[in-house]
Design a protein around this ligand. Structure first.
Ligand SMILES: Cc1cc2nc3c(=O)[nH]c(=O)nc-3n(C[C@H](O)[C@H](O)[C@H](O)COP(=O)(O)OP(=O)(O)OC[C@H]3O[C@@H](n4cnc5c(N)ncnc54)[C@H](O)[C@@H]3O)c2cc1C
Length: 332
C-alpha cells in the first residue's frame, strides 16, 4: 500500500469538487471545507468550451455531457439589433446545479466534506492546502497577500420558462450594458445582463433591467417578462490579481482563486475544471513534490492569459468607441 498524504481543499465549488473527484483515493486523504450547506439552486446556464468538455470526460461525466444543450453559434449585435459578429462554436450548456450535483456524485466515498467557513488558513491541517475558494480566496490572501479587484459592473442573470432560440447564443451590446440569451437544460431560456451601477436585490434588479433594457429587441422584453424573480441572481464582477505563481509552500491555487476573470468569454469554470484535472493528474502520477510544480508549468500562463483576454473583451464591449463605430458602419 503506497503512503497516503493529506490534502485540504478550501472551497467546494466547481474547482474544489472536480479536484477531489479526480484525486486517487488510494494516494490521498482529502477533506473539502465548504461554507455553503447546499449546492446552487438557480438554474442558470454555464457554457462549457471543448477544453472543459475534455475535462468532464476525464472525470467520467459522459451522461452529463450527453444531457448538455449544444450551442453551435454565437451572434453579437448592437442594442438595436444590428449584427456585429457571428462565430461558429462547439459549446455545451449545463446548469450550475446539474454540474455541481454531477461532480458531487463523483466524489470517492473517502472524501470528507465539512460545511464550515474557514477563517484561519494557517491553522489548517494537510500536506497540501488547495485554494479553491473563489475570487475572494482567503488562501491567496494568506499566502500571496493579494485581494480581488471589484469592477463597476454588475451581472444580473436568470432563467425564463419559455422555449429558447435553438442552438445559438445571442448577445446585444449597448453602451455600458449587455444582454445575452442562450438555450438551457430543461427547455428554458437562460439570460444575463450587465449594468454599471449596483441594481440591488434580485427582484429590484429584474425591475431595473426591464427598465434599462426597454429599447432592446422584443425577444429580450419577452424573456425578462417571463422571468420569476426567484430565478434571478445578482453579482458584482471581481477579478483576481495577476500572479506569477500558483504554488507557494504547501499552498496551491486553482480556479477563480488563481484567475478569477470577467464573465465575458464564459471561460472561468472551464479553466477551473482544467486546473482541477491537471493538478489531480500530476499529483496522482508525480506525487506531492513534483505534482504541484508540473501543474504550475502547464496552467500558469494559460490561466493568466485567459484572465487578461477576458478583461480585454470586457473593455472592448464597454468602449464608447466601439458603439460609435458600430453606429456609423453597422448595417441598418
Ligand atoms: C454571471 C456569470 C456567468 C458565468 N458564466 C460562465 C460560463 O458560461 N462558463 C464558464 O466557464 N464560466 C462562467 N462563469 C465563471 C464561473 O462561474 C467561475 O469561474 C467558477 O464558478 C469558478 O469556480 P471556483 O470553484 O474556482 O470558484 P467558486 O465557484 O467561487 O467556488 C468557490 C467555493 O468556495 C467556497 N468558499 C469561499 N471561501 C470559503 C471559506 N473561507 N471557507 C469555506 N468555503 C469557502 C464558496 O462558498 C464556493 O462554493 C460565470 C461567472 C459569472 C459571474
Amino acid at each position: 500500500m503506497p503512503k497516503t498524504h493529506e490534502i485540504t481543499i478550501v472551497g467546494g465549488g466547481v474547482a474544489g469538487l472536480a479536484l477531489a473527484a479526480a484525486l486517487d483515493p488510494e494516494l490521498w486523504r482529502v477533506t473539502i471545507f465548504e461554507q455553503r450547506e447546499k449546492l446552487p439552486t438557480v438554474e442558470s446556464a454555464m457554457g462549457m468550451w471543448p477544453i472543459a468538455q475534455k475535462a468532464l470526460a476525464y472525470l467520467g461525466l459522459h451522461d452529463l455531457l450527453n444531457a448538455a444543450v449544444p450551442c453551435k453559434k454565437v451572434v453579437i449585435s448592437t442594442a438595436d439589433g444590428r449584427p456585429l459578429l457571428a462565430l461558429r462554436t462547439n459549446i455545451k450548456l449545463l446548469t450550475r446545479p446539474a454540474l455541481a450535483q454531477a461532480l458531487t456524485d463523483r466524489l470517492p466515498e473517502t472524501v470528507k466534506v465539512e460545511h464550515l467557513r474557514i477563517v484561519d488558513i494557517g491553522d489548517l491541517p494537510g500536506d497540501l492546502v488547495i485554494g479553491a475558494d473563489g475570487v475572494h480566496s482567503r488562501v491567496r490572501k494568506w499566502h500571496w497577500g493579494t485581494n480581488a479587484h471589484g469592477l463597476d459592473t454588475w451581472v444580473v442573470r436568470g432563467t425564463a420558462a419559455i422555449p429558447p432560440m435553438v442552438g445559438r447564443l445571442t448577445e446585444w451590446w449597448g453602451e455600458g450594458m449587455l444582454f445575452g440569451m442562450s438555450p438551457n437544460m430543461g427547455d428554458s431560456t437562460n439570460w444575463y445582463a450587465t449594468v454599471r451601477q449596483n441594481p440591488g436585490l434580485p427582484a429590484e434588479a429584474l425591475e431595473e433591467i426591464r427598465f434599462t433594457h426597454r429599447d432592446y429587441p422584443r425577444a429580450v422584453q419577452r424573456v425578462l417578462a417571463a422571468t420569476d424573480p426567484e430565478q434571478a441572481v445578482v453579482h458584482r464582477v471581481f477579478t483576481a490579481p495577476l500572479t506569477t505563481s500558483l504554488v507557494r509552500g504547501r499552498a496551491v491555487l486553482i480556479g477563480d482563486a488563481a484567475h478569477g476573470m470577467t464573465p465575458n468569454v464564459a471561460r472561468g469554470a472551464c479553466e477551473s475544471l482544467v486546473d482541477a484535472v491537471t493538478l489531480a493528474h500530476e499529483l496522482n502520477n508525480r506525487g506531492i513534490h513534483d505534482g504541484p510544480k508540473a501543474y504550475q508549468r502547464q496552467r500558469l500562463v494559460r490561466g493568466q492569459g485567459v484572465r487578461v483576454g477576458a478583461s480585454l473583451m470586457t473593455a472592448v464591449q464597454q468602449s464608447p468607441t466601439l458603439h460609435k463605430i458600430a453606429g456609423v458602419f453597422g448595417p441598418s
